[in-house]
Design a protein. Structure first.
Length: 332
C-alpha cells in the first residue's frame, strides 16, 4: 500500500490536506476519512547527491550547501531528527529507486518552480520511505556566501525543500505584493513560506520561530515537551466555524511569530511549539499566497473576513496549554 505523492513547491503549488487535530500545517495524506501526518520513522535520514552540476553550481558545491541546510534543521534542540550524507550517485531525483536523492534537474517546462520535493509514503502509517528533491537547473544558482545578483541561493531553497522532506507543509507567515509575472515577497517570518525571496537574496538561510515550532511538533524532543506550550481555541463568524483562518501568535517578550490555521468546519485551531509567556493573537484570511499552496482545493477555505487582534493577551504555560480561546471575526 504505497503510492507516490508528488508535491510541487516554492514557486508552484502544493496539494495537501491539513491535519484537523493540529494547527501547524503539516503534510498529510488522506487515509479513509482521516488524515495521517507524513513523518520519518528511522533516523538518520540518509541522502544521496546527484553527481551532476546545474545552473552554474557543481555537485560538490551542492553537497556543501545541502549539508549546511540539513545542519540547520537537525541542530534544533526541540526536535529529534538527524540526517547523514550517504554519497554521490549517478541516480537523479525522481528516479524510482528507493533512494533519497537530491540534485539538479533541468525542467524548462516548470518555469515557475525553483525546486520540488516528492515522496514515497506508506499511506497506512504516513511513514516517509523515500524523498526526492530537485533544484531546477533551468534557473541560475549560487553558493556564494553573500549571494550573487540574478542567481538563486542553493542553501535557502534547499532549506525550504528539506523542511518538506521532513514532513512540513507551507507556512503563511509572509507578506507579498502582486506584480506582473507573480507575487514578490516583501517579508517572510518562515522559511516554509511558499514563495521564494528574489534572486540574489540569502534571507532564506535562517530558520525562524515558526519553522522550528513546526518541525518540533512533528518530532518533539524531551526539551520540547518540557519547555514549550500551546494555544488552542476556535475562530467563528456569525456563530459558524471558520475553516482556514490563519492565526498568528506573537510573543510579546521576544517578538517571535508562530502561525497556525483553523483546520476544520468548527473553526478549531491549535498553535503549538510556543515559548512560555504572554502572546498577542491575530486572525487573518489567507491572502498572501495562492490558497492551493496551503490547502487541498476541495476544502472550502473562508477568506471573507476582516483581520483582527484578539482582545486579550494569552499567557502560555511552560509545557502546557491555554485552551478555549474564542475569537469572533466579521465579514469583509
Ligand atoms: Zn514549498
Amino acid at each position: 500500500m504505497k503510492r507516490a505523492l508528488t508535491l510541487l513547491v516554492t514557486l508552484a503549488c502544493v496539494a495537501m490536506t491539513g491535519e484537523p487535530a493540529s494547527a501547524y500545517l503539516k503534510l498529510g495524506t488522506r487515509v479513509g476519512a482521516g488524515t495521517v501526518n507524513l513523518r520519518w520513522q528511522d533516523f538518520p535520514v540518509r541522502y544521496f547527491i546527484t553527481n551532476a552540476a546545474g545552473g552554474g553550481v557543481s555537485a560538490a558545491q551542492l553537497r556543501d550547501a545541502v549539508d549546511r541546510a540539513f545542519d540547520s534543521w537537525t541542530s534544533i534542540e526541540t526536535a529529534s531528527i538527524s540526517a547523514e550524507f550517504a554519497g554521490f550517485t549517478q541516480a537523479r531525483p525522481n528516479d524510482d529507486d528507493g533512494l533519497t536523492v537530491i540534485g539538479f534537474l533541468n525542467q524548462p517546462d516548470q518555469d515557475r518552480t525553483l525546486g520540488a520535493t516528492s515522496f514515497l509514503v506508506d499511506t497506512l502509517s504516513g511513514e516517509i520511505v523515500e524523498a526526492e528533491i530537485y533544484l531546477n537547473s533551468f534557473f541560475s544558482w549560487s553558493v556564494a556566501s553573500a549571494g550573487e545578483a540574478n542567481r538563486f541561493d542553493v542553501e535557502s531553497i534547499a532549506l525550504h525543500e528539506i523542511g518538506h522532506l521532513f514532513g512540513l507543509g507551507h507556512s503563511a507567515l509572509g507578506e507579498t505584493e502582486l506584480r506582473s509575472g507573480g507575487r514578490r515577497v516583501l517579508a517572510a517570518e518562515a522559511v516554509m513560506f511558499p514563495i521564494a525571496f528574489s534572486a540574489g537574496s540569502i534571507a532564506g538561510r535562517t530558520l525562524r520561530a515558526d519553522d522550528i515550532a513546526g518541525i518540533s511538533e512533528i518530532y518533539p524532543s524531551n526539551v520540547y515537551r518540557r519547555e514549550r506550550g500551546s494555544i488552542s481555541g476556535r475562530i467563528t463568524k456569525a456563530s459558524q466555524g471558520v475553516l482556514g483562518a490563519h492565526v498568528v501568535a506573537f510573543n510579546l517578550r521576544t517578538g517571535k511569530l508562530v502561525g497556525g490555521f483553523s483546520l476544520n468546519q468548527d473553526g478549531s485551531f491549535v498553535i503549538a511549539g510556543l515559548e512560555a509567556g504572554a502572546h498577542a493573537l491575530r486572525v487573518e484570511p489567507l491572502d498572501d499566497g495562492d490558497v492551493e499552496s496551503f490547502f487541498d482545493l476541495t476544502l472550502n477555505i473562508d477568506v471573507n473576513f476582516r483581520a483582527r487582534f484578539h482582545d486579550r493577551i494569552v499567557v502560555v504555560p511552560r509545557g502546557g496549554g491555554t485552551s478555549d480561546v474564542q475569537i469572533r471575526v466579521e465579514p469583509k
